[in-house]
Design a protein around this ligand. Structure first.
Ligand code: 9MR
Length: 560
């Protein structure tokens, strides 16, 4: 009693489902036995032996695995390893992840631009409206005949991308695709979920209400010719402590790009089919989205290589733009995603034919610049709407093979999580890698019904909530040791000590592009909880979205 919890024991700081695998790791190599105790240490409820000391090829400390899967009592507990100490308290019960899931969805509400957040919904993080974006200037790089340089457009709403206040179509693409997909996978679950946003209680599921906030903004980003502006941004980032209502730099829409058009196509096509069920409540929305999608698709086919290259842009136009680039010169995957969503939504043969010969032999994990898999997931969840069984068979094999590689990676990782099974996983926004691996595993579970996929998806959730080499639970406001100083202007500029809750920080990134002092040079430990660390401690909508998917995918499947 009175003992300080040790950070040497890394576990899911929220806890575990009663009947699921329950694993933790101990940093070090000397321990023999572990004990599960009541939090007051009065009763020992379970004991077991630790695994042998192991470490990955790239990490510093050997670790030992603790496996207490057989212990399924419901309640609050601590894990004790005499040589290391006593862990943070954790729970075992069916609802352990519910609040974190809802908070991660509510994080999008906190990211809303152009609107005041009321105390009733935002709690102590309430704030005034900022960034009305009702007089956005057309940048020279985006000038068209219908909208010459300096034209003012209205592009209100949307979510702030990340720790900054700008709004980027490419990153909105994967974010919206991920959130729409979780609704498409589990509509019944989301029809009953209340996330306590201003729209809660209307006739539209809260998840879709949140998506609408960004969808309506995205629609404003299309020029009359069908092209889509790459981003809406200030020329340079605002100061870290600038409040949204006091941020008054001019805002511009910048260059129409092929990547923006294609991501827009995919989102609008998917939104069109999902919102069709809400035609009564949202007359014309579904149709508007489809018209916008097909128009942008035509534009992209006619402009297949309009890349966003910021340096080049700044050589040619004023003012210089120095905010996030989301530049991508490999657009085969964006074409695949866009065509897939159009095909699923319309069943038109031309889109299916476009994809013939384009399905990859092997794909890559989704990220803002790698989106082919999003198209594959959509095809597989809508197989009934498509009439090319050969292609579907190939796509199914690709997704299952991909997940099988993840399973191998997880099984050979001493932490017994997929994340970090390869050192390449540790990049800028690595926590989204963990979450997106989880989604890929869940998709494979949908296709095969094999529990091993689900168990490893859950293991990656353990990773994100504490079973990792840093000892952090990476979701703000959740867990015993979670980030307090994210690179997040909304959190820095308010008067509240605690950061806005429910935000997933970027996580370990050995690239250290921010030149901050990190506590460690090892890839899996390259994380530091300081505001200046934009390379490891920023937050971003495309990182939160797969976290929302991972938690709620597991929650929804548990109910089935
Ligand atoms: O997530 C992006 C990462 O993949 C890039 O390596 C990095 C540098 O270009 O940019 C990240 O995205 C940032 C964006 O450019 C601006 N808003 C904050 C985003 C998260 O750091």
């Amino acid at each position: 009693i009175g003992q300080q919890p040790t950070s040497k024991i890394r576990l899911n700081q929220l806890g575990y489902y009663p009947t699921a695998p329950k694993k933790a790791v101990v940093n070090g190599a000397e321990s023999k036995s572990f004990y599960i105790l009541t939090p007051d240490l009065a009763d020992t409820l379970y004991t077991g032996k630790l695994g042998k000391a192991e470490h990955t090829t790239y990490s510093k400390a050997p670790i030992q695995l603790v496996d207490f899967s057989a212990f399924s009592q419901v309640g609050e507990f601590v894990l004790s390893v005499p040589e290391a100490g006593v862990s943070y308290p954790f729970h075992i019960d069916e609802t352990v992840f519910e609040d974190a899931g809802i908070a991660s969805l509510r994080a999008f509400y906190y990211q809303r631009a152009s609107v005041a957040l009321d105390q009733q919904y935002a709690g102590k993080w309430y704030r005034k409206a900022g960034h009305p974006d009702d007089k956005v200037l057309v940048h020279a790089s985006a000038a068209s005949q219908s909208r010459p340089e300096g034209t003012q457009i209205v592009a209100t709403g949307g979510w702030y991308d990340a720790g900054d206040y700008n709004k980027y179509i490419v990153n909105s693409g994967i974010t919206m695709g991920t959130l729409l997909s979780i609704y498409e996978d589990y509509p019944e679950y989301f029809k009953q979920l209340n996330s306590q946003i201003p729209e809660s209680g209307n006739e539209i599921p809260d998840l879709l209400d949140e998506v609408l906030w960004n969808l309506r903004w995205m629609l404003t980003m299309q020029d009359l010719d069908g092209g889509v502006y790459h981003k809406l941004t200030t020329p340079s980032f605002e100061g870290m402590d600038t409040r949204p209502d006091l941020a008054v730099q001019s805002r511009y829409v910048v260059q129409k790009t092929t990547a923006a058009a294609l991501d827009f196509v995919a989102v609008m096509a998917q939104a069109s089919r999902i919102f069709k069920a809400y035609n009564m409540q949202l007359p014309e929305l579904s149709e508007t989205c489809l018209i916008a999608a097909e128009k942008a698709w035509k534009w992209a086919l006619a402009h297949p290589s309009e890349y966003y290259e910021q340096d080049e842009l700044n050589r040619r136009f004023d003012p210089d733009i120095t905010t996030g680039a989301y530049g991508d010169r490999q657009l085969e995957d964006e074409f695949i995603w866009a065509a897939s969503e159009l095909w699923v939504t319309t069943s038109k043969a031309t889109y299916g034919e476009y994809l013939i010969g384009k399905i990859e032999e092997k794909s890559v994990l989704p990220s803002w610049g790698q989106v082919a898999m999003l198209g594959y997931y959509s095809m597989l969840r809508n197989e009934h709407a498509l009439d090319n069984p050969t292609m579907l068979k190939k796509v199914r094999k690709l997704v299952v093979d991909f997940a099988d590689e993840l399973v191998q990676q997880g099984n050979s990782n001493p932490y017994q999580v997929v994340m970090g099974g390869s050192v390449k996983d540790f990049e800028w926004g690595s926590n989204a890698v963990a979450a997106n691996q989880g989604i890929a595993l869940i998709q494979a579970y949908h296709l095969t019904n094999e529990l091993k996929y689900l168990e490893l998806a859950l293991a990656n959730l353990d990773y994100l909530l504490g079973r990792n080499a840093t000892g952090y639970s990476f979701l703000t406001g959740f867990g015993s040791q979670s980030p307090m100083n994210p690179h997040h202007r909304l959190s820095v500029s308010d008067q509240v000590d605690a950061p806005v809750p429910g935000l997933l920080v970027g996580g370990p990134n050995p690239g250290k592009q921010d030149n901050c002092q990190y506590p460690s040079d090892y890839p899996d430990e390259a994380y530091v909880d300081v505001v200046a660390s934009y390379a490891s401690n920023e937050i971003a909508i495309n990182w939160n979205a797969p976290f929302v998917y991972l938690v709620f995918g597991l929650e929804a499947l548990k109910q089935e």
